[in-house]
Design a protein around this ligand. Structure first.
Ligand code: ATP
Ligand code: MG
Length: 378
């Protein structure tokens, strides 16, 4: 079972979008996937069409010991994709956990208990992939996710200051690996909302690649409005816009993870990558298509194949031609596209090194306080 925490303490960098759509892509590739909403905003829960409900079992119930991991899971519209939902109660969990014994391991232990019980019953892991959607902070909820995970996937937005705060994040991951979870590996960095038409985005991506050599995924998630629209319909990109670039990019990330399964003996024998994998159409969409088909007039009867027509003589008058002349290029107002990129004069490496002092407000001091107070080894 691969357990991947999708993390960045920065907000709005594609963590939830990645968890929902990568989870769906893996499920469409025949994997048994559980996505865990560890954010009190419950964006992942909503994005998968589930209404956050404080009366039901959730990630909060699991963290405070009021519910079991397995019983809190709900099915989604994608076969093979299950969700551990969140609701607003989760916002109080960090405080409630603060004085609990083993507070860093509650999620890990709940997941292990479920997996062991399923393994005893069926002889195999309870799921192939668990993806944790982390909140935009490095408090106890993120620490619980990183302790339960075996891998970390960092999402980044390809914009100015993308690397700010990364040194903190890398430090926390390294400290966590040393103190709590020696198994933890960084699977990679996934650039999100990438717009290749923007020179700044291209340059930032280049900087990210050169700073984190070999750690950036070969796939970037392009900026795609369909990815932003899908959650408001409670759908993943594969049900909402299966032919979009967003669907293609997330399927490529799934393909990258599938290729990495070769490293895990226990993940052998799973289905091979299927380039045709598609989400099943929902009943209303099927009904709409059937109705549209019934309304369509029958196709005209075929007659003899028409001969290819000869190229038309050039009948355009000189006046027409004048109209067809290419328009002179308008003088462009200075924008980020026409101006030299507004990259800082200091190199990104310096920025990262200096970012420790810049990003203190983003990082709750307890992430370090918690990890520093612990001895090495779990
Ligand atoms: P938070 O830290 O608040 O939880 P996040 O890191 O989970 O944020 P998302 O919620 O996934 O970030 O994305 C932020 C916003 O950007 C959302 O409105 C989402 O729909 C949009 N978005 C994410 N990825 C893309 C993309 N590739 N193209 C266009 N919009 C995107
Ligand atoms: Mg989020």
């Amino acid at each position: 079972m691969r357990r991947i925490a999708i993390i960045n303490q920065k907000g709005g960098v594609g963590k939830t979008t990645t968890t929902a759509n990568l989870g769906a892509a893996l499920a469409l590739q025949g994997r048994r996937v559980v996505v865990v909403d560890m954010d009190a905003q419950a964006n992942l829960t909503l994005a998968l069409g589930v209404e956050p409900d404080p009366t039901k079992c959730s990630s909060y119930s699991v963290l405070v010991g009021a519910g079991r991991f397995g019983e809190a899971l709900v099915e989604t519209s994608i076969p093979g994709l299950r969700l551990l939902p969140a609701n607003i109660d989760l916002s109080g969990a960090e405080l409630e956990l603060a004085s609990a014994m083993g507070r860093e391991f509650v999620l890990r232990d709940a997941l292990a208990e479920w997996n062991e019980a399923e393994k005893a019953r069926t002889g195999r892991d309870a799921a192939d992939y668990i993806l944790f959607d982390c909140p935009p902070s490095l408090g106890l909820l993120a620490i619980n996710s990183l302790s339960a995970a075996s891998e970390v996937l960092i999402t980044l937005q390809t914009e100015f200051l993308a690397l700010q705060g990364m040194s903190k994040l890398v430090e926390v991951v390294q400290l966590l690996k040393k103190r709590l979870n020696p198994e933890l590996q960084v699977t990679g960095i996934l650039p999100c909302m990438y717009d290749s038409r923007k020179r700044l985005a291209r340059e930032v991506l280049g900087e990210i690649r050169s700073y984190f050599k070999g750690q950036v995924l070969p796939v970037s998630i392009r900026s795609n409005v369909k990815l932003a629209e899908a959650p408001s319909y409670g759908k993943t990109i594969f049900s909402y816009a299966a032919d979009s670039s967003g669907a293609q990019d997330y399927m490529d990330v799934a393909r990258f993870l599938l290729a990495g399964e070769a490293r895990f003996a226990h993940m052998q024998g799973l289905p091979a990558y299927d380039p045709q994998a598609k989400a099943p159409l929902e009943a209303d969409e099927l009904a709409r298509r059937a109705a549209a088909k019934a309304r369509r007039p029958p196709p005209p009867r075929r007659t003899a194949t028409p001969k290819p027509s000869k190229p038309q003589a050039d009948t355009a008058t000189p006046a027409d031609k004048a109209e067809l002349k290419p328009m002179p290029k308008p003088a462009l107002a200075p924008t980020s596209e026409t101006q030299p990129p507004t990259l800082p004069t200091a190199s990104f490496a310096n920025q990262v090194a200096a970012s420790s002092s810049l990003d203190m407000p983003e990082l709750p001091p307890d992430a370090f306080a918690i990890l520093s107070s612990l001895p090495d080894g779990p």
